[in-house]
Design a protein around this ligand. Structure first.
Ligand code: GAL
Length: 687
């Protein structure tokens, strides 16, 4: 695809603004529904996700349907020029279904059958649930598929969880038979069968991992996680049969998540696989802004990391499907966004590639567990409160940003994120049991580039990385022969590759490589790691690198050098005066191995050398202090520059030349001051 070509990911060519709208909670209050339409206009919102949890309203009894209310809602939204994202309601079942067909209910890993209740509590293998969801989806598609207001399908909601019922055990065994080509010996080999007498003599003996059964067979754990992803995708594929058949031109998404407390990518499903089945990536972002354990800028960096991962899954704009305009109801402390933070955090999403700002939810519920979750319309039903006004301001801003829609963010730097490697690493009994922190380690490597406004793609192992100048693969614990071969081709062809401690230790079955580190990795790096020391927090060690000292924490790997050059040297312990960081020229390219976990300053200094050598640059150069982020999207003729102050003080930013404010149209001088949490969106025509 040409670098600056636009890609519209939905049927709309403007920034989407709106969110989950649940009128099914208000059908006995026509005056509220009428107010909603007025408030939609006042808040400058234009797109509404409907029917996400509406099954008991759509089909109150088996085979009894009630779509008229939805007809009216869609019609009323369309009358004001609004658009609709229509959901399939499979995220929560009606009670009659659980009662009549108990097989739809989940069995948990301790083999306890769950009761009806909550949501996301169904068996993905259940034939009945698959039939029921597809039948409902067909009715929705037939009725609304051609409606001009419909711009996208929202399939289910935040797919997650796993079921361990008999049907799922059967499906798992079937999946294994296919994977191991009916060869039980191959499975026993891959799972290291004789360990603790775990050799299976019949497929029927295999059970999913369980706290009351098996949990120590790592090959089994890994295959189970892969199966859960595949089974979830299979369920999703079954849901979308009617859509693909009747509305091939309406794009399909499902909303992805993050694991929120540390704001890392969602762990339980391999989104790199799921992404291939979607037309558009969308995700639900609920960062704990203003928390008491990190700076606003640190949190903003983490948001940028996930955005860059989810955008890179399809290398095109994504959608922010849910966020809160104020606070949530499920953080430990549910703090309101301070004035200005809503616009700032929304613009950050756009800066990293989102073409929407959507909320959970449009109108605050009156009862049940989400009645205090932030929303556009509060219980006061007013357009005059602070939150509503901040939403309207976001809406007005988005209306000025149509040129940004569909634009991309080309990057020369890639960091590799691998779900499977993370699963296997977390399973590994070894190293420090709580210090592995794979996603957090990737964020630490990402930080330098974020601080310097240099665009980064966070890619997965199957993606083409041949065109990046710099590829960073921290803690790539699990790696297949195929990936190693591709890394070798990358460096041989002139790429720069950075790898760290705890990389290349096991293959795709979670079996270690025999005979030492993989021969091809030794060729690329000109050395081999021999042992990894795990440090207690009180253990002190440092390395010297380019005449400066840096702290080591958690991990120190001892290296055996062949042809590599020493870049950093351990200062203490039995590996004192040996290599901690190396570089190695391999054919046209160069590789770097960082043997120890080092502090932020090391990353800054280490990557600075590469940034200079490879001439890695921000899209627009500027000078600013810490906590300011200048991110850009690249249009066909212009760059769109988001200048964001993620600090609690005013900040100065100096550009090389003046730019145009895309929202106000005014010319912005080279020296710009941004107040606390202020954001400006500037345009720079490309030379
Ligand atoms: C999301 C979910 C929404 C709502 C929201 C509250 O995870 O998809 O339905 O519950 O959380 O923050």
């Amino acid at each position: 695809m040409p670098k600056h070509q636009k890609t519209y990911v939905t049927k709309a060519d403007f920034m989407l603004h709106g969110g989950d709208y649940n009128p099914d909670q208000w059908l006995d209050r026509p005056e509220i529904l009428a107010d909603d339409i007025k408030l939609m206009k006042l808040s400058h919102t234009n797109t509404f996700s409907l029917g996400i949890f509406a099954w008991s309203t759509l089909e109150p009894e088996e085979g009894v349907y009630n779509f008229e209310w939805l007809d009216t809602i869609i019609e009323n939204i369309a009358k004001i020029g609004g658009r609709v994202i229509l959901a399939t309601p499979s995220g929560a079942r009606p009670a009659w279904m659980s009662q009549k067909y108990p097989e739809v209910l989940r069995v948990n890993e301790s083999r306890v059958k769950q009761l009806h209740g909550g949501r996301h509590n169904h068996c993905f293998s259940s034939v009945v649930y698959r039939e029921k969801t597809q039948q409902m989806n067909r009715l929705l598609t037939e009725r609304y598929g051609k409606n001009p207001a419909l711009i996208m399908w929202h399939i289910s909601n935040e797919y997650s969880g796993e079921c361990h019922c008999d049907n799922c055990q059967q499906a798992f065994r079937g999946w294994l038979k296919e994977k191991y080509k009916n060869d039980l010996q191959a499975l026993n080999d891959a799972w290291w069968g004789p360990f603790w007498s775990h050799t299976f003599s019949d497929w029927s003996q295999i059970e999913s991992p369980s706290p009351i059964g098996e949990s120590a067979v790592h090959g089994l754990n890994l295959d189970w996680r892969r199966f859960v992803t595949d089974q979830t995708i299979d369920f999703f594929e079954n849901e979308i049969v009617p859509m693909r058949e009747l509305t091939p031109d309406i794009p399909i998404t499902t909303n992805f998540m993050a694991d929120t407390f540390d704001l890392i990518p969602f762990q339980s499903l391999d989104y790199s696989k799921f992404a291939k089945h979607l037309d558009v990536i969308s995700w639900d972002a609920y960062p704990a802004w203003h928390n008491d354990w990190e700076t606003t800028a640190d949190l903003a960096m983490k948001v940028g990391f996930i955005d860059d991962l989810y955008r890179s899954l399809k290398q095109k704009p994504f959608l922010l499907m849910e966020s809160t305009p104020s606070l949530v109801n499920w953080h430990e402390v549910n703090k309101a966004k301070r004035p200005g933070m809503h616009l700032l955090s929304s613009m950050q999403m756009l800066a990293h590639g989102s073409d929407s700002i959507m909320y959970f939810q449009w109108r605050k519920s009156r009862g049940s567990s989400e009645k205090f979750h932030g929303s556009v319309v509060d219980h006061d039903n007013s357009s005059e409160n602070r939150v509503f006004k901040e939403v309207a301001k976001v809406g007005e801003t988005l209306e000025k940003l149509s040129d940004v829609v569909g634009t991309n963010r080309p990057a020369d730097v890639a960091i590799m994120y691998d779900w499977e490697s993370n699963w296997a690493l977390n399973d590994a009994q070894g190293f420090g049991l709580s210090t592995k922190q794979y996603p957090q380690t990737l964020q630490e490597h990402y930080r330098t580039f974020w601080e310097q406004d240099i665009p980064v793609d966070v890619i997965t192992k199957e993606q083409d990385f041949s065109n990046y100048k710099l590829l960073i693969v921290p803690m790539l614990y699990l790696v297949s022969e195929a990936t190693i071969a591709r890394l070798k081709v990358f460096v041989a062809g002139g790429g720069r590759l950075v790898m760290t401690y705890i990389s290349g230790l096991v293959n795709e079955h979670d079996l270690t490589f025999l005979g030492g580190w993989h021969k091809d990795l030794q060729d690329i790096f000109g050395m081999k790691p021999t042992e990894t020391d795990t440090l207690y927090p009180k253990d002190k060690n440092t390395i010297t690198y380019q005449d400066k000292k840096y702290e080591v924490k958690d991990y120190a790997t001892v290296l055996d050098l062949a042809t590599a050059t020493i870049e950093g040297i351990y200062q203490e312990d039995f590996y004192e005066n040996t290599a901690a960081v190396t570089s190695h020229s391999y054919q046209e390219g160069k590789s770097y191995y960082i043997g120890a976990r080092l502090d932020d300053q090391f990353h800054r200094d280490f990557y600075q050398t590469l940034i200079e050598e490879l001439a890695l640059k921000p899209v627009v150069s500027s000078k600013h202090g810490k906590g300011v982020s200048v991110q850009a999207r690249q249009g066909v003729e212009s760059d769109y520059v988001f200048v964001m102050n993620f600090t609690e003080e005013a900040q100065q930013i100096a550009f090389d030349s003046s730019l145009t404010d895309l929202v106000t149209g005014e010319i912005v001088p080279e020296q710009l001051t941004l107040k606390q949490y202020e954001v400006r969106i500037l345009e720079q025509p490309r030379k």
